[in-house]
Design a protein around this ligand. Structure first.
Ligand SMILES: [Zn+2]
Length: 280
């Protein structure tokens, strides 16, 4: 009996995390840092139309098997920037048409953190230069486009542990305002495994000033995921991974207050709430 339960749980988790069928969509949440699913009505082409939002290419998936299938053939799945204001009209362009959509406000909480390494709050000019270089490298990865027809849009959790900081928090480091929290933090012990939440390819790995040891995975059509503060990286660019494959280990490298995984999900070069992709 002792063996039975974990076995059943594992196989169920495997079925849930590998289920990839037409009709899978992330959870829609039309708020800053959320996702809009926009029907590209009127476009009947057999192949997916090219869609664009603020200069970045947007994921387009088949509406077949979704709640929209009687309404449209194609759906744009768009990441909404945290900085977007609800009064702004957001517009996707596709097939020569404009598709406007509106969003609601979301008030994210504030978080105050104390960082012992002062350079991680007020870096010197050389460190700022380093950070800018690293940021350009990361944005390059976030903008990567692989034309996979049906990218995996439901994820398994990449680490076991409580969520210690949600996405979107307004952040103050040593009382100074900084960029909002662009990922989800999962608290886990030093050396615990970090695993791929879905199939994909390793785009880049690096040791970054703020993010520490980092891996960025590509899942196709501008959907990428990033893993930070790792103590060890076990993959290299070009590696093809399946759900549950190990990326490396939990660590406390970069700007941290303790060991944890910072997990970011990016769509059309916009960091969105990873919760929206979780499959249970
Ligand atoms: Zn974080």
């Amino acid at each position: 009996m002792r063996l039975m339960k974990p076995l059943v749980t594992t196989s169920l988790a495997l079925i849930l995390s590998t289920a990839l069928y037409a009709g899978d969509l992330p959870k829609e949440s039309r708020v800053p840092g959320g996702i809009a699913v926009v029907p590209l009505s009127g476009i009947v082409s057999a192949s997916a139309p090219k869609a664009d939002f603020r200069g970045n290419r947007v994921m387009v998936v088949s509406a077949t098997g979704t709640a929209y299938e009687n309404q449209t053939r194609w759906l744009a799945v768009v990441g909404i920037p945290l900085k977007a204001k609800s009064a702004q009209k957001l517009v996707i362009s596709a097939g020569g048409e404009k598709y406007p959509f509106t969003i609601e406000d979301k008030e994210y909480k504030a978080q105050y953190l104390t960082i012992k390494n002062k350079k991680h709050v007020n870096p010197d000019p050389e460190q700022v230069k380093r950070w800018r270089r690293e940021k350009a490298e990361m944005v390059g990865a976030f903008k990567h486009w692989d034309p996979i027809a049906q990218p995996p849009v439901t994820f398994a959790l990449p680490a076991k542990g409580p969520f210690s900081s949600p996405f979107g928090l307004k952040r103050f480091f040593n009382k100074q305002p900084r960029n909002p929290h662009s990922g989800l933090d999962i608290a886990a012990p030093l050396g615990a495994p970090i695993t791929a939440p879905a199939s994909g390819t390793v785009l880049t790995t690096g040791n970054y000033f703020f993010n520490g040891n980092t891996v960025i995975m590509d899942h196709g059509q501008g959907l990428t995921t990033m893993y930070c503060h790792m103590s060890r990286i076990d993959v290299k660019p070009g590696d093809k991974l399946k759900t549950g494959d190990t990326l490396g280990l939990i660590g406390k490298t970069g700007r941290v207050t303790g060991p944890h995984l910072h997990w970011s999900v990016s769509l059309n070069n916009v960091r969105v709430d990873p919760i929206l992709f979780l499959n249970n």
